[in-house]
Design a protein around this ligand. Structure first.
Ligand SMILES: [Zn+2]
Length: 311
């Protein structure tokens, strides 16, 4: 499959969406960013932490237990945005706490999450750290990260207290993996959404484009890149944290505003991540990636990692 063959629904020329992790995001920042996206006609995906947890938070971003947050999120969902999962809370959860988080999510939003992304500080991450990679690529990653993510994550290891891979498989369809610099995510990862037979607890993986904070986001969606995404009739899933610099001193970043206004004036398909991935999945004859495709993807990501930091 190449992206040239994709006919987007409703005669749209390309697809664009955002998967926003809750890190450092206050309710005030959420309100501003999402009111703006809604006005622009975008319907994207907002990941949440359904519970506060009993431990020391890794981050000051709001959870669904903070005052007003759950109610606001329900409104967002009603407006057509997707609510997704970023682990139970911002710190590591054992299996019991993960179950509590997933059930709380279902209570609040009417169903289990369809999409998720692992949070870096949750050691119940599934196939995270060096387990994102295979063979020599894994060895190279461990050198690059000085071994700090070697066997650090355990969500996919049966019998471990943090294990929840079986629940991930039963309840969640899409998990984010590699992030690339190019705006056209589908060009960097033409296989998505894909199953990796070596990582069976994840039904499908998807990739994203680099926009972890306001600076990298604005760089990735700059004007010439937008125009190229449209020309290539590609698909973009931006990876970001709207808590990282988008809303400061009572105002939304003006460059972000103008870039999104420009993009939203184009004939794009601006739907949530799961809607986009479901559409792509229907077009695919083959669900699983081959060893060769995996190696290629992992290498491409390692190259990106060298330029964009080694978290
Ligand atoms: Zn996170």
């Amino acid at each position: 499959m190449t992206n040239q063959t994709i006919q987007w629904p409703e005669g749209k020329r390309f697809a664009f969406t955002i998967f926003d992790d809750p890190d450092s995001q206050t309710l005030d920042a959420s309100r501003e960013v999402y009111a703006f996206l809604k006005d622009c006609g975008l319907r994207t995906t907002k990941a949440v932490w359904p519970i506060r947890g009993n431990g020391q938070p890794s981050d000051h971003g709001a959870t669904c237990e903070d005052p007003g947050v759950a109610q606001w999120l329900k409104g967002l969902q009603k407006d057509g945005f997707e609510i997704a999962y970023h682990n139970a809370t911002s710190h590591t959860s054992n299996r019991e706490e993960t179950i509590r988080g997933l059930e709380r999510f279902a209570d609040l939003f009417g169903e289990y999450p369809r999409a998720m992304a692992n949070h870096y500080y949750c050691e119940e991450g599934v196939y995270w750290g060096n387990d994102r990679l295979t063979g020599l690529n894994r060895a190279f990653y461990n050198v690059l990260t000085r071994g700090r993510n070697r066997n650090r994550f355990a969500g996919h290891i049966p019998d471990h207290p943090y294990f929840w891979g079986d629940l991930c498989q039963q309840r969640i369809k899409y998990v984010r993996n590699f992030v690339f610099a190019d705006i056209n995510t589908l060009k960097s990862c033409p296989y998505m959404p894909y199953h990796d037979p070596r990582r069976p607890f994840v039904n499908y993986w998807y990739a994203a484009s680099e926009g972890a904070n306001i600076a990298t986001f604005n760089e990735c969606v700059r004007e010439p890149a937008q125009d190229r995404l449209e020309e290539e009739q590609g698909a973009c899933i931006m990876y970001t944290h709207f808590g990282h610099g988008y809303y400061e001193n009572g105002r939304l970043n003006p460059r972000f505003r103008s870039l999104i206004e420009r993009l939203s004036a184009k004939n794009g398909w601006f739907v949530p991540v799961t809607t986009l991935l479901d559409f792509l999945a229907l077009k695919k004859a083959e669900r699983a990636i081959t060893n060769q495709q995996r190696t290629k993807l992992e290498r491409r990501w390692l190259l990106h990692k060298i330029f964009f930091g080694t978290a």
